[in-house]
Design a protein around this ligand. Structure first.
Ligand code: HAM
Length: 443
């Protein structure tokens, strides 16, 4: 019997589960600070939902099969089509803008590589029903603040921003037009961060782009200077309009004090098919890892699904790359595990009724309580207590009949005898001291 999980899948033993809980807690807290509400959807959808909307790359990675009712279904590889489907079905009645977040587990049959697994958890934040660039700014700010909440700084990561419509206008000006050619160019350009320029040039040539146009395009998008773009496309109205929009975006980001986190990078086009406007990806500045997060506008997706037209934008942030970054930067909080606060030590098995009553009383008061489930030596009980709990409360045959217990503060190796009516007060004080001593990041 194979005891390991499938390739690209993870078991979450408590240490890894505690890290995941920490990511989720920070993610939820960030979304809430920006006024986003949680939502969720089913992990299985009709395969068609992705075939039509996500683009070739992701469709090739689908875990899909036929269910017992003969439907072609797939495990969700991303959340956006589900969200779009939900809003297309019921969004008309919801007050706008809709600001929702979710933390789905997603499944993609990827080639195994660093930072890419076959399942991952992804923090998704989306705004629907707002076409102003202020919404793009708000979403980008949420992405940045989320990463800041983990202790990352502008020296650790940057958000690279571009605009698909600007690139389309630039392609048109370079003589590359037609939706199909554009799609192929986007797909080739999207690989620039992973493949050498020569390889991308080859791809462009293979998709029918003239040599000169391919070189011009690669030179153009190699520049990260928005002003240079503006000068080059001064006479192309659609491009100038989009450059103005990007400049406004940068100006508003600056007002928030976040300009140092954001850069213009026209090589960002995103791999998914449905994006229509400003797009962005967050990267480790050291550059070794794949994108931490990516997103953008998808103003046509709802209408394409058969819903009423509704502007939309969002991002997804995966747990895998982010976790690697926190490990590399040594940013995991020292203490993640919220183990028991108090361990009840039983000196004599005859006192088990007292232990059970006290255990229930403390749990009802909201404390995390553990105790031995079978008769065991006192020394062994203390070892169990020291491994995870903060305090041990000793129920002994001399003290208990007099209404007393010994409380031991395990880290400080101090102990005192108290009346059982004082236990809650003592444990509250201990919790407070522990919270004050906790490193940044734990909750
Ligand atoms: P995506 O770029 O495919 O976008 O994924 C977003 C992030 O999820 C990536 O930057 C990466 O951190 C993580 N991720 C993706 N695939 C894997 C994988 N196989 N293993 C580990 N991590 C992975 C989307 O999925 C869009 N639906 C995001 C979005 C939301 N756009 C608008 N709203």
């Amino acid at each position: 019997m194979e005891l390991n999980p499938l390739p690209g899948f993870r078991d979450f033993f408590p240490e890894r589960a505690a890290r995941r809980e920490y990511l989720f807690a920070r993610w939820r807290e960030s979304a809430r600070r920006f006024g986003f509400e949680p939502y969720d959807g089913p992990p299985l959808e009709l395969t068609d939902l992705y075939r039509r909307k996500s683009g070739e790359e992701i469709v090739a990675q689908l875990y899909c099969f036929e269910d017992k009712g003969g439907r072609a279904i797939a495990l969700r590889p991303e959340m956006t089509p589900t969200l779009a489907r939900m809003i297309a079905a019921q969004g008309a009645s919801l007050p706008k803008p809709i600001k929702w977040f979710s933390i789905p587990q997603l499944f993609r049959y990827e080639r195994q590589q660093r930072g890419r697994l076959r399942e991952h958890f992804q923090f998704n934040c989306d705004i629907l029903g707002e076409s102003s660039v202020e919404a793009d700014v708000e979403l980008t700010a949420l992405l940045i603040e989320t990463l800041i909440s983990f202790g990352l700084t502008a020296e650790d990561f940057s958000v690279r921003v571009s605009d698909r419509r600007l690139l389309s206008a630039a392609l048109e000006a370079l003589g590359i037009s037609g939706g199909e050619a554009r799609g192929r160019v986007f797909a080739a350009v999207d690989k620039l961060s992973r493949e050498p320029r020569e390889k991308v040039r080859e791809r462009l040539r293979e998709s029918g782009i003239e040599e000169k146009a391919a070189d011009d395009l690669l030179d153009l998008i190699g520049s990260r200077d928005l002003a240079q773009f503006a000068a080059r496309f001064e006479t192309v109205p659609e491009a100038s309009e989009r450059i103005l929009l990007l400049q406004r975006f940068m100006g508003l980001i600056e007002c928030m004090g976040l300009r140092g986190f954001v850069e213009f990078d026209p090589t960002i086009v995103r791999g998914l098919a449905y994006y229509t406007g400003i797009v962005f990806e967050a990267f480790d500045r050291k550059g070794a890892l794949r994108a931490i997060s990516g997103g953008g506008r998808y103003d046509d997706l709802l209408e394409n699904l058969g819903g009423a037209p509704l502007p939309a934008l969002g991002f997804g942030m995966g747990d895998v790359v982010l976790s690697e970054m926190l490990t590399e930067r040594n940013l995991w909080p020292a203490r993640l595990d919220d183990g028991p606060e108090v361990y009840l030590v039983l000196v004599s098995e005859t006192l088990r009724p007292a232990l059970l009553a006290l255990g229930r009383r403390l749990r009802q008061a909201g404390f995390r309580v553990d105790y031995p489930l079978a008769s065991s030596a006192v020394g062994k009980q203390f070892r169990a207590a020291s491994q995870r709990a903060t305090a041990a409360v000793v129920i002994g045959p001399d003290e208990w009949p007099r209404g007393l217990v010994k409380i031991k503060f395990l880290a400080a190796r101090e102990e005192k005898t108290i009346h059982i009516s004082e236990i809650e007060t003592e444990l509250h004080a201990l919790r407070l001291r522990r919270a004050q001593a906790k490193p940044r990041g734990t909750s």
